[in-house]
Design a protein around this ligand. Structure first.
Ligand SMILES: Nc1nc2c(c(=O)[nH]1)N(C=O)[C@@H](CNc1ccc(C(=O)N[C@@H](CCC(=O)O)C(=O)O)cc1)CN2
Ligand SMILES: Nc1ncnc2c1ncn2[C@@H]1O[C@H](COP(=O)(O)OP(=O)(O)OP(=O)(O)O)[C@@H](O)[C@H]1O
Length: 212
């Protein structure tokens, strides 16, 4: 097997394992974990006082839970920051819309999305704090997503040096995760047990990895 197909196979196996573990989470523990993650991200917004936050709407068993956008909006409104949420394009790239609390619309893949005017793929470049979904991340910031490559594309447009924070369940911050050249790294993770963890294994390697 070539190195590349070994990495792809490792990603497929790890995704299946992580999704199965998420399905097995006890609902009460999941709700407690969601609250801990949402509170840690809200606290990060209150400390850093960003002007624009790009976040996401958790679906299914994803960390942060379904009420994450409202918790982040409340934290943003304290400091009058703008909250952007993703709108999945047909090509799996991400567009963005501002969200101020209006009802979210049901979309493909179980997603819930904002319905306001689309701001374009480059709107993520205005964010000074980016919150991403992930199935896992490792200590140097490699992020494993669902496999569409949406965030690999979107994060290329992030402003250099902006904190990029992946939200995880306990046990999803790994020592090492399989990674390919196109994988965009995150600079930090939040888990229910640890709160914010800086992933600085590649500091000095790329200024965009700094948590700031
Ligand atoms: N909440 C969230 N939004 C996101 C992502 C994500 O991973 N999570 N994405 C990351 O790139 C993009 C969308 N890509 C996605 C790819 C696959 C599935 C998916 O497998 N959905 C399940 C249903 C959800 C569940 O219950 O877990 C499905 O279709 O069976 C969802 C989103 C942009 N927005
Ligand atoms: N910059 C890019 N432009 C176009 N396609 C890309 C880019 N980056 C990654 N891809 C494609 O996306 C696919 C999935 O990549 P990968 O397995 O890293 O997704 P992921 O990060 O787990 O998913 P997601 O970001 O959607 O959560 C790959 O086939 C890859 O070729």
């Amino acid at each position: 097997m070539s190195d590349l197909s070994a990495v792809l196979a490792a990603k497929v196996a790890l995704r299946a394992d992580l999704l199965a573990r998420r399905r097995a989470l006890d609902p009460a523990a999941r709700a407690t974990a969601a609250l801990a993650v949402a509170q840690a991200v809200a606290a990060l917004i209150q400390t850093r006082r960003p002007t624009t936050v790009a976040a996401y709407v958790p679906v299914g068993n994803e960390p942060g839970g379904p009420d994450l956008p409202q918790a982040l909006l409340t934290a943003c409104m304290d400091g009058t920051a703008t909250l952007l949420l993703p709108v999945l394009r047909d090509d799996l790239d991400l567009d963005w819309a501002r969200w101020s609390g209006e009802p979210l619309a049901r979309a493909s893949r179980g997603l819930r999305q904002p319905t306001g005017p689309l701001l374009g793929r480059h709107a993520i470049g205005h964010a000074d704090l980016i919150i991403t979904p992930a199935l896992a991340a490792d200590r140097v910031g490699h992020r494993l997503g669902r496999g569409g490559g949406s965030y690999d594309r979107a994060l290329i447009r992030a402003r250099p040096g902006v904190p990029i924070v992946a939200l995880l369940h306990d046990g999803e911050l790994l020592d090492r995760a399989p990674a390919e050249a196109h994988d965009r790294r995150v600079t930090a993770a939040v888990t229910p047990a640890t709160g914010l963890v800086r992933l600085d294994g590649a500091l000095g390697d790329d200024a965009s990895l700094a948590l700031g």
